[in-house]
Ligand binder design. Structure first.
Ligand code: SAM
Ligand code: SF4
Length: 459
């Protein structure tokens, strides 16, 4: 087992946070300038930015983070939906509605029910899902997880289908990760929740998740099993966000150094109320702090995708989209069967309840392209290959054309007339901005083919 200090060296993180307070403006200006080069920042530089509280500087950080995101990925926002498959869980995470102490009845979907939920999601226009399971070796063994994934890929409705299934299941063994890999998953996401060991152990008192190191080195095991797209995250509210952001960044550097591949995504969930008795977070993170976290992550690790969920209200999500978020969930439910039946046990409550089309429309109103792209892993642009394109910002050669094509499919197959009109205008604007004339001509040809009924013409 590697040394946990390689990822979280508590003393070093505290010392860095302490010694980087109140830096002179010339130091901060230098870091802001460096971040625009899109080569990333050191942990010390990230710490200086985390310690900035001057609203004028924070606002400049937002502008820079937004610019970096657009230069790397283009002005597009990838959409997905979570699919909760089972709320059975043997862990007792203090913050979660699925904790084993919660006596409410649990539910797991049969494969038929998985199919029904997926049909609902396809009918909305979704192409990408994130499957979620509680940890329960008896109720949710790995073969049930992989059968659910296979069912999702097999489900077709009209012209629609799910083309990428990302997975958020508890830390597991190399052998089980190999099975996930064989099931054709996109990204494997797992959040450390908090990197602060004492707090982690206090909040995860029993069950297999109580093992801090099992969680910390789960991504190492996933890599060992051949999964090279992994997502990291912190559940904000559990511990001091500055500490956790520093440790998250350190984890990203560790993976990059060890496997030559940094994380594919960062997730930035904030705790939301759940049926957890009277448990309340001791370190609540404000919306302004969340936005600063997003900007610092984008400036420090420019190539990593960043995900915000419907845990956040619309207004804050819209701001976050402008400062570095590249993927978001839409029209989500957090209970197994929640798309076909509203009354089941939820993991936590959500703040943005808009249907997918409204999220698409508001993205179009900002001139940004909603994207249903799932191309990279299907074209084998994962791991090192993805990073080689993302790090210099070449990935947008694919992101922009693929957003245009998948948005066009959505507009034809699912959008009401107002969204369709707005979408066609935004799509034409983005098409006209493609610099390479050969790519532009090819996108135009594929748009005609989509108009004639062909689908899934990604680059
Ligand atoms: N059960 C698996 C695990 O814990 O890793 C994976 C799925 S769990 C459904 C996904 C994530 O939801 C957890 O990692 C946690 O960060 C988040 N979560 C749990 N309770 C939450 C709450 N009350 N508010 C917001 N997010 C929560
Ligand atoms: Fe179970 Fe995951 Fe909730 Fe913990 S966070 S109780 S492991 S579902």
């Amino acid at each position: 087992m590697p040394n946990p200090k390689e990822i979280v060296d508590e003393k070093k993180i505290y010392r860095t946070l302490e010694t980087t307070q109140n830096q002179p403006s010339r130091t901060i200006d230098r870091i802001l300038g460096k971040s625009l080069e899109k080569k990333g920042l050191t942990l010390e530089e990230a710490s200086i930015l985390l310690n900035v509280n001057d609203p004028a500087i924070v606002s400049t950080m937002f502008d820079i983070a937004g610019k970096i995101k657009k230069e790397i990925y283009g002005d597009r926002l990838v959409l997905f939906a979570p699919l909760y498959v089972s709320s059975f869980c043997i862990n007792n995470c203090s913050y979660c509605g699925f904790q084993s102490d919660n006596p409410e009845e649990r539910k797991k979907l049969s494969l038929d029910e998985v199919k029904q939920e997926v049909e609902m999601l396809i009918d909305m226009g979704h192409k990408r899902l994130l499957v979620e399971f509680g940890e329960h070796p008896k109720e949710n063994p790995i073969d049930y997880v992989t059968e659910a994934i296979e069912t999702i890929y097999q489900t077709k409705k009209g012209r629609g289908e799910i083309r990428r299934v990302n997975v958020n299941i508890a830390a597991t063994s190399v052998e089980n990760y190999k099975k996930l890999k064989s099931a054709g998953i996109g990204t494997y996401q797992l959040f450390q929740e908090t990197y602060h060991r004492e707090t982690y152990e206090k909040l995860h008192r029993n069950g297999p998740k109580s093992d801090f190191e099992r969680q910390l080195f789960a991504h190492d095991r996933a890599f060992e099993a051949g999964i090279d797209d992994v997502g990291l995250g912190v559940l904000f509210g559990l511990y001091d966000y500055r500490f956790d952001v520093m440790a998250l960044l350190s984890h990203a550097q560790y993976l990059d150094k060890k496997f030559g591949v940094g994380p594919h995504t960062f997730s930035v969930p904030r705790w939301q109320p759940a049926k957890t008795g009277d448990w309340k977070p001791e370190h609540p993170v404000s919306e302004d702090e969340l936005l600063k976290i997003i900007a610092v992550l984008r400036m420090t690790v420019p190539y990593t995708g960043m995900i915000i969920s419907t845990r956040e209200r619309k207004e804050i999500r819209e701001k976050a989209f402008e400062i570095g978020i590249s993927q978001t969930s839409a029209a989500s439910r957090t209970s197994p069967g929640g798309y076909t039946n509203e009354s089941e046990l939820e993991q936590f409550t959500l703040a943005d309840h808009r249907p997918l089309d409204k999220v698409v429309e508001s993205s179009l109103d900002r001139g940004a392209m909603p994207s249903f792209c799932t191309a990279c892993y299907r074209r084998e642009r994962t791991g090192q290959k993805f990073m080689d394109l993302a790090k210099p910002g070449d990935i947008q050669m694919y992101c922009v054309p693929n957003s245009i094509l998948t948005l066009s499919e959505y507009l034809i197959d699912y959008a009401p007339p107002t969204t369709r009109a707005k979408g066609e205008r935004v799509l034409r604007e983005h098409l006209a901005r493609i610099e390479n004339p050969n790519i532009m001509e090819e996108v135009k040809r594929r748009l005609i083919r989509i108009g004639q009924g062909e689908r899934d013409l990604c680059f």
